[in-house]
Design a protein around this ligand. Structure first.
Ligand SMILES: N[C@@H](CCC(=O)N[C@@H](CS)C(=O)NCC(=O)O)C(=O)O
Length: 214
């Protein structure tokens, strides 16, 4: 049995939600994380000592770190089209997953929290501008990669597209003026045609606006 902990509007929780939908897997969803203290209970810390969502459980196996949940789900369900067995082909997927966690996500989260989740009166405009510039440079890097490839890791949709594509809807819909690089927009349209993207990522997120409390 599969279980997932984490609110459906959390950036990192949306990654396994998207993949679970792609793989059409049934799971029990514990939609927690919107109330103060939700993640600080002894029961939840026993699942993830870092008190962060998402957490996945597959029978007795407990998995945390969003990109690790993607790898685990793909590997345990033989989804080799999304996560190739060949070591080099796999590395082409994993480099973008690692880049997302180490580079893209910090810049995006800084912009999303600084601009969208902070009430206007409390915003730090120089920090927002700097985060916007970082995101623009990173989206230009995505654009260069996508100039030669339909998807991030090559000709096929993969875990790399889920890890990096999870931010697209919010980036372009949060009301911050951003550039729209041509290849990124082509890729975004391609991902948007997927039912799993529509059902897990392209969702209204207004409940997060001006909210710093979770
Ligand atoms: N590197 C971790 C980051 C996990 C993380 O920070 N998750 C956020 C949600 S996106 C969280 O737990 N925030 C606390 C909360 O939502 O209450 C991962 O990729 O899973």
């Amino acid at each position: 049995m599969l279980e997932l902990w984490g609110r459906a509007n959390a950036y990192n929780v949306q990654k396994p939600l998207w993949l679970l939908a792609e793989l059409e897997l049934e799971f029990r969803h514990h939609d927690i994380g919107s109330n103060p203290g939700d993640l600080d209970t002894p029961e939840f810390i026993a699942l993830n000592p870092h008190a962060r969502i998402p957490v996945l459980r597959h029978d007795e196996a407990i998995i945390w770190e969003s990109n690790t949940t993607l790898r685990y789900l793909a590997a345990s369900h033989a989804a080799f089209a999304l996560y190739p067995e060949d070591p080099f082909a796999r590395s082409r997927v994993e480099r973008w997953m690692d880049w997302e966690l180490a580079t893209l996500q910090p810049a995006f989260i800084s912009l999303f929290w600084g601009f969208y989740r902070t009430p206007p009166a409390s915003r730090n405009q120089p920090e927002i501008d700097a985060a916007g510039r970082s995101c623009r440079l990173l989206f230009e890097q995505l654009d260069r990669q996508l100039a030669d490839h339909a998807y991030l890791a090559g000709d096929c949709f993969s875990l790399a597209d889920i890890a990096c594509g999870v931010c697209l809807y919010r980036y372009f819909e949060m009301g911050f003026a951003v550039e729209e690089p041509a290849q990124v927009m082509r890729w975004y349209r391609l991902l948007s045609r997927r039912d799993a993207f529509q059902n897990t990522i392209a969702l209204a997120f207004g409940e997060l606006e001006g909210r710093l409390d979770f």
